[in-house]
Design a protein around this ligand. Structure first.
Ligand SMILES: Cc1cc2nc3c(=O)[nH]c(=O)nc-3n(C[C@H](O)[C@H](O)[C@H](O)COP(=O)(O)O)c2cc1C
Length: 400
């Protein structure tokens, strides 16, 4: 089978170097990528880099290789065009149909899905001209990813940062797999917990678990891509905030419970992907616990943590709220999953097998989603985003 043809448009923003990482992800995952930079983009990253990494010639203008009519062919043959970073200038040109270089010509001739990943200073992003251009592009069916919040050029911070290449890659993968779909979670508020709680013993030590948070972040990103307002409750993940998602950082199970109870009041769906410690040390030593010569260490006494999933499932904050739990099991995976679904009272339970080298920290997952209605949806081994999509498909169906 031919490799999907992707055009990577790069415009002249400081984040152009991040597009090299996006290009690498696209080529390594089996896409044939043609890079079309603007002349400004080449001030930031040279043509040699784009050409060597993509294996294709690179040109900014319509006047090279004219016999191949590149200003028409590149767009016509593409399965996907992604512009990352998309400058304010390139967004404006695309919105108004200008065609004064190879990238803007390509945008006019492409009949495939188009994804823009804008990056610019906050003032440029918030300017009504840019906002109207973005609205125009979205109205015409383009996917415009919300910029992330964080460090911009120089010392400035704010909204306008290019989302991480991994995030842009996932949007591309999704659009290639599903096309530009109607945002079926638009108008919905979803809450996702991610990561693993840490229960402190003293100021330097804690009881924790191996959850990386990647599955929860994939759920948050995917829900945002499907139009939802997303609150992500992140427990000790160290991962960059997904663009367009409200992130609340928590540490312990008790803090997570507080954050969940606050966030769920107006939520349509809640997905509890975080690994919550069942127990916490009964006491917290305010100073570092020291070794005492010739003495055995004091035992650590544990007390139960609140069962957040059971609590929010039993006393739903809103009628019709859909609640999804996760069961990470090492033995008797399916039997334990079924028991857990019944015990917790949630609507769906994602059951997966975990272990030292399985699932935790990995980019991939494999699971069965059990429904309280008796349904079983197997999700084969694949990217964590694929599992996330299945979860939201099942949630969207239940939301009606
Ligand atoms: C150091 C530097 C960084 C820039 N970063 C951005 C940026 O992140 N986003 C943006 O919209 N414009 C940025 N610009 C301005 C664009 O390069 C300028 O608008 C240019 O005309 C864009 O051309 P293009 O859209 O054809 O690539 C930057 C300019 C300079 C000199």
């Amino acid at each position: 089978m031919d490799k999907p043809k992707v055009v990577l448009g790069v415009s002249g923003g400081i984040a152009a170097y991040k597009a090299c990482e996006l290009l690498r992800r696209l080529t390594e995952s089996g896409h044939d990528v043609r890079v079309v930079p603007t002349a400004s983009a080449l001030h930031f990253v040279g043509a040699a880099t784009w050409s060597a990494l993509s294996g294709h010639p690179v040109s900014t203008e319509v006047w090279d290789d004219v016999h191949e009519v590149p200003h028409v062919r590149i767009g016509q043959q593409a399965d996907l065009v992604v512009v990352a970073p998309a400058t304010a200038d390139t967004l404006a040109k695309a919105a108004h149909g200008l065609a004064d270089d190879l990238l803007t010509n390509t945008l006019l001739t492409a009949r495939c899905p188009v994804v823009f990943a804008p990056a610019m200073h906050t003032e440029m992003w918030e300017h009504p001209a840019t906002q109207e251009n973005v609205a125009t592009l979205r109205r015409r069916g383009a996917v415009v990813i919300e910029p992330a919040v964080g460090r911009l050029t120089g010392v400035d911070t704010g909204k306008g940062r290019l989302p991480e290449p991994a995030e842009i890659f996932e949007v591309c993968r999704r659009v290639l797999a599903r096309g530009v779909t109607e945002p079926d979670l638009k108008g919905r508020h979803v809450v996702v917990s991610a990561g693993g709680t840490r229960e402190p013993l003293d100021p330097v030590r804690f009881l924790g678990n191996r959850s990386s948070g990647k599955q929860g972040y994939a759920l948050a990103r995917t829900a945002a891509a499907r139009g939802a307002r997303v609150t992500l409750l992140a427990a000790n993940t160290g991962l960059p905030d997904p663009a367009g998602v409200d992130v609340v950082q928590v540490g312990t199970a008790v803090q997570l419970r507080e954050a969940v109870l606050k966030a769920v009041t107006d939520a349509d769906a809640v997905v509890m992907a975080a690994a919550v410690a069942d127990f916490r040390p009964e006491t917290y030593a305010t100073g570092k616990i020291k070794k005492k010569d010739g003495q055995d260490p004091d035992p650590i006494v544990l007390v139960r943590n609140p069962d957040i999933l059971a609590e929010i499932s039993t006393a739903r904050a809103r009628p019709g709220q859909v609640i999804v739990g996760f069961a990470a099991e090492t033995d008797d995976v399916m039997a334990n999953g079924r028991k857990k679904l019944e015990r917790k009272g949630c609507d769906l339970l994602v059951v997966n097998e975990v272990g030292e080298r399985k699932t935790f920290g990995s980019e991939e997952n494999e699971a069965v989603v059990l429904g309280a209605d008796g349904s079983e949806t197997p999700v084969p081994h694949g990217p964590k985003e694929a599992l996330a999509e299945t979860v939201w498909d099942l949630v969207a169906r239940r939301l009606g």
